[in-house]
Design a protein around this ligand. Structure first.
Ligand SMILES: NC(=O)c1ccc[n+]([C@@H]2O[C@H](COP(=O)([O-])OP(=O)(O)OC[C@H]3O[C@@H](n4cnc5c(N)ncnc54)[C@H](OP(=O)(O)O)[C@@H]3O)[C@@H](O)[C@H]2O)c1
Length: 298
């Protein structure tokens, strides 16, 4: 099956590319230099040459804080581009798997978010992603919108790599303990998405709609940092560390984050028969991958 993937150089996109072959999936994922999503004619050109049977939109403007001052670009990539892709998918009668975020919610619900809970984003990034979801839904019936959260991998910039770098540079780490969510390994999400694509039969019905997928279990950024550092201790890479929990108000950022963005993932498990690895296990695996290639954490 030929699948057109956007954002192939990102955390999720690069995992999709590296895991596709055993699923019998042939991926085309042009880099940003060849296909800028804000240039619809470049997207169309790739499309016309490749004739995909499905699309996974893993590209996004993901700089949550910078989005507050670059809202035009954030909306162009996260809202206008998905609308164009969905329109093309509708013309070609092919499905789109579009990736979205827990940041479409305000984090005030106090219990895990279900797919049909009302969105109420707190910042530009979340608003642009919520508009992207709406644009996909309104243009294309054959869509799977998959919201995920707190993504990390052995590639790109993310919290696991930041903690591993900072522990070598600082005597003490101060990490926010009052934002609660679900760390998600990009490799696990890529595996889930490829299994979902494998269940789609061209032209046939599927359980189209919106889904949540995260690593299983819940923690804070502090809890995640503690697990990373404990893993490094267990591997003999550090002998001690000083980690202090702080509040969000002690670490002000340009964009507000949801204080509680746990996603209920029961629907995707039931519809596609997926299981979700525990976040602790996947974080430890990612730490090990990074330790085996020390250059990649700098
Ligand atoms: N990261 C998280 O914590 C997180 C949490 C929840 C949901 N998500 C969602 O998960 C999905 C994957 O995220 P990720 O962490 O893999 O993101 P990522 O590592 O930032 O990768 C995004 C990719 O999109 C590309 N891109 C940006 N603007 C583009 C444009 N105009 N045209 C073409 N490509 C463009 C980026 O290229 P450059 O790198 O060259 O800019 C990058 O390769 C996104 O939908 C994101 O919103 C992420």
């Amino acid at each position: 099956m030929k699948v057109f993937v956007t954002g192939g150089e990102g955390q999720l996109g690069s995992e999709l590319i590296s895991q596709a072959a055993p699923h019998g999936i042939d991926i085309l994922a042009p880099p940003l230099a060849q296909m800028d999503l804000t240039r619809p004619e470049q997207v169309d050109r790739v499309w016309d040459e490749f004739h995909p049977a499905a699309v996974i939109n893993a590209a996004a403007y993901t700089a949550v804080d910078r989005a507050e001052s670059e809202s035009e670009l954030a909306f162009a990539v996260n809202a206008e581009a998905p609308a164009h892709i969905a329109r093309r998918c509708a013309q070609e009668h092919i499905p789109l798997i579009h990736i979205s975020t827990d940041y479409v919610f305000d984090g005030l619900k106090g219990s895990p978010y279900r797919e049909n809970d009302p969105v109420a984003p707190l910042g530009v990034y979340g608003r642009s992603k919520a508009e992207g979801e709406a644009g996909v839904r309104s243009r294309l019936k054959q869509h799977l919108i998959v919201r995920t959260a707190w993504l990390y991998s052995a590639h790109g910039a993310n919290f696991v790599k930041t903690v591993m770098r900072l522990v070598g540079e600082r005597d003490e780490l101060r990490i926010v303990d009052d934002q609660i969510g679900c760390p998600t390994c990009a490799a696990d999400l890529a595996d889930a998405l490829l299994r979902m694509v494998g269940q789609l039969t061209p032209g046939a019905e599927a359980p189209w709609g919106t889904y949540h997928y995260c690593g299983s279990g819940v923690t804070s950024w502090y809890g995640m940092a503690l697990h990373i550092l404990n893993t490094l201790m267990a591997r003999g890479r550090i002998t001690s560390f000083r980690l202090l929990p702080i509040t969000t108000s002690e670490y002000p950022t340009p964009a507000r984050r949801p204080p509680y963005s746990v996603l209920d993932c029961a629907r995707i498990e039931a519809a596609f028969g997926l299981s979700r690895p525990p976040w602790r296990q996947s974080v430890a695996k990612t730490v090990d991958r990074l330790l085996s290639n020390a250059d990649s954490i700098r």
